[in-house]
Design a protein around this ligand. Structure first.
Ligand code: FMN
Length: 327
């Protein structure tokens, strides 16, 4: 996830159990691109003991091939092609989710990448661009390539992050594709994630925002799946997590105000697990100084009550980036 899943964040997640596999932020690939140094350093510095998949976004075949060749000299377990990013600046250039409007191009990209990628090659896709009507055709195309897995975020590109997730279509992908399918989208508690796992027949789960709110989620899924009692963090555990997140989001040379802005991306999601009036979220969004944030965190989290396992239904504007996180 852009600006979130860097090496300090992987390390932080790892302290709470972490996933089986980490994905990088995407490398922006075009004719003149040089792989972003900070992402390369996340791969070479990965000391979590868990494998890393490097994600690419772009549509220029020679550039993607060149980048894939370079990345395979690093300790990557796989290369993933992004077919889902809904940011207009990306999709208007026919990259990320924009590629779902040009399946012949996807076909050519996958053919070229498979010829040079000796590690695992995977795709992260949505259901279509404007509608899911072409999903069967997309599955036919993906089935024709020897991919190692396909991750399906069960929304169209136009739906962004807000609409309900089509787990039925993720199940269809798991049935149709010869390779393993990974389900993605609004997996926010261990119980619900395991139910989706069972219902869809997928081989794995990919979790984004839910893990920022609740870094214990991976451990909870593992123990819940084993029938063992799951770890239930308390307010003070979340408080300690937020202070660790503050350390993890520090960047040399960044001003205090800059770091407060930076951690707000994460706090948007954490807020869904703190209280339901929206006061915590609002306070986080207004803060400009570290001391303000720390006081706010303390006021809301210095207690022993358990963290809610499901995100709380906060009063949100229709266009708030968090709206729909519950669907
Ligand atoms: C801030 C943010 C950054 C993201 N960056 C990426 C990215 O770089 N690559 C990618 O494949 N998906 C990216 N996504 C999409 C997530 O990986 C995921 O598909 C989506 O959020 C749905 O899953 P979730 O409900 O578990 O978060 C991003 C999402 C958010 C909210």
């Amino acid at each position: 996830m852009q600006d979130i899943t860097d090496l300090p964040f992987w390390r932080l997640l790892h302290r709470y159990g972490g996933p089986d596999l980490y994905c990088t932020e995407y490398f922006r690939v075009h004719a003149h691109s040089v792989p972003e140094r900070r992402i390369v350093e996340a791969i070479t510095g990965n000391d979590t003991g868990r494998p890393v998949v490097a994600q690419l976004i772009g549509n220029d075949i020679p550039a993607l091939v060149r980048t894939a060749r370079f990345l395979q000299q690093l300790p990557v377990a796989g290369i993933d092609l992004n077919l889902g990013c809904p940011a207009p600046v990306v999709y208007r250039k026919c990259a990320g989710g924009g590629l779902l409007r040009d399946l012949p191009r996807v076909d050519a990209l996958l053919k070229a990448l498979r010829e040079v990628v000796r590690v695992r090659l995977s795709v992260k896709t949505r259901l279509g661009f404007d509608t899911a009507e072409g999903f069967e055709a997309l599955l036919d195309l993906l089935a024709a390539h020897p991919l190692d897995w396909v991750t399906v975020h069960g929304r169209t590109v136009s739906e962004g992050y807000r609409s309900p997730v089509r787990y039925d279509l993720i199940a269809r992908a798991a049935e149709r594709l010869p390779c393993p399918v990974i389900a993605n989208g609004n997996l926010h508690s261990a119980q619900q994630a395991l139910a989706v796992h069972r219902q869809t027949g997928v081989r794995g789960l990919m979790i984004g925002r839910g893990a920022i709110r609740n870094p214990w989620l991976f451990a909870q899924i593992r123990t819940c799946g084993n029938g063992a009692p799951k770890p239930v963090p308390r307010g003070r555990d979340v408080l300690a997590y937020l202070h660790a997140l503050w350390e993890a989001t520090a960047v040399p040379g960044l001003t205090e105000r800059g770091q407060v802005q930076r951690i707000k991306k994460h706090l948007n999601f954490v807020a869904l697990g703190v209280e339901s009036t929206g006061r915590f979220l609002d306070g986080c969004r207004r803060a400009t100084r570290a001391a303000e944030l720390f006081a706010l965190w303390e006021a809301h989290l210095d207690h022993d009550r358990p963290l809610p396992l499901e995100p709380l239904p906060l009063p949100l504007g229709e266009r708030d980036l968090l709206a729909g996180v519950h669907c």
